[in-house]
Design a protein around this ligand. Structure first.
Ligand SMILES: Nc1ncnc2c1ncn2[C@@H]1O[C@H](COP(=O)(O)OP(=O)(O)OP(=O)(O)O)[C@@H](O)[C@H]1O
Ligand SMILES: [Mg+2]
Length: 281
């Protein structure tokens, strides 16, 4: 659905390459994530794909067509949730949605969309009086109002409290269930892990790794189990290989009361640091 090949971008007037010949593709119905720290090139990539930036080198195709060859029809096909919600703050949420509805040949009912994200009671409130979470939920329904096949969501949960973040993540998963192709950017490793079928690690404009979150984590994990016992300060570590046959392990768990037992899988955060030498925050 999305094919990016040797994509390079330099902002006018700057010497630094914002994107350094990156390659990836996103399959139909896939949730694909860009995980990377601030300034790594996540938004730049998305902006090229939805034609907010032109003058790139290499290739960026949507549905087999180079993005700079797409006309206005592209905007019927894609939905965009911008990093910084850009609503009309003096208008109400309903007025905002009615305004944007006019750009599309088809659209869901604005009131239904607001109800979908629990904003029906605030439909006639000025968006300037909305909280961050409310603005982000409005941002999300604005992106999906014309039922696009492809969704670009730039930092959809950034700065949200756990309740609002959960609401937005469930909405994303609901779109996935409907078969939509979704490209999200984030620096929240838990969100990337939970939502994405595949994740690319991006740092300094380069893709450093690309795989399923589980595969990335396994690559950097120690195949060990760690046991703590009640009333015992020692930490006991055993290899996961042939653990069932390990007599020391069997004896330990037979005769002692276990406080905690964990396999030592790495987090995406750990792996990101191992691969890129950078932290996500
Ligand atoms: N309009 C611009 N003009 C010049 N340089 C820019 C512009 N926008 C971004 N850059 C630079 O391009 C690089 C990539 O920026 P980008 O916005 O794509 O990062 P990001 O990964 O989205 O970061 P964040 O997590 O902070 O949103 C950075 O070095 C940034 O300073
Ligand atoms: Mg960004």
């Amino acid at each position: 659905m999305i094919d990016v090949k040797d994509l390079e971008y330099i902002y006018a007037g700057t010497a630094k390459t914002a994107l350094n010949r990156i390659n990836f593709n996103i399959d139909c119905g896939e949730v694909f994530g860009f995980l990377g720290p601030s300034g790594s090139g996540k938004s730049t990539t998305q902006k090229i794909l939805f034609r907010l930036l032109s003058g790139y080198n290499g290739s960026a195709k949507i549905d087999g067509v180079e993005v700079n060859q797409w006309g206005k029809k592209l905007y019927e096909k894609i939905g965009v949730g911008f990093e910084l919600p850009n609503h009309y703050l003096k208008l109400t949420a309903l007025e905002n949605l009615n305004f944007f509805k006019a750009f599309y040949s088809r659209s869901k009912s604005p009131m239904d969309l607001l109800a979908m994200v629990g904003l029906e009671k605030d439909a006639n409130k000025k968006v300037g009086d909305y909280s961050k979470g409310m603005k982000m939920r409005l941002n999300f329904v604005r992106a999906i109002m014309h039922d696009p096949e492809i969704l670009f969501l730039d930092e959809p949960t950034s700065g949200l409290d756990p309740v609002n973040s959960r609401i937005v993540k469930d909405l994303i998963l609901e779109q996935k269930k409907q078969g939509k192709t979704i490209f999200i950017t984030t620096h929240e490793m838990h969100d990337a892990d939970e939502l994405c079928d595949r994740v690319a690690f991006i740092a300094d404009g380069s893709i450093m790794a690309l795989d399923k979150p589980q595969n990335l984590k396994l690559k950097g994990s120690k195949r060990m189990v760690e046991v703590r016992l009640k009333n015992d300060h020692n930490l006991y570590e055993f290899s996961l290989d042939e653990l069932g046959k390990n007599r020391v392990f069997s004896a330990l768990i037979e005769r002692s009361e276990i406080e905690t037992i964990h396999s030592k899988e790495a987090t995406l955060d750990d792996i990101f640091i191992q691969i890129t030498g950078k932290t996500l925050s």
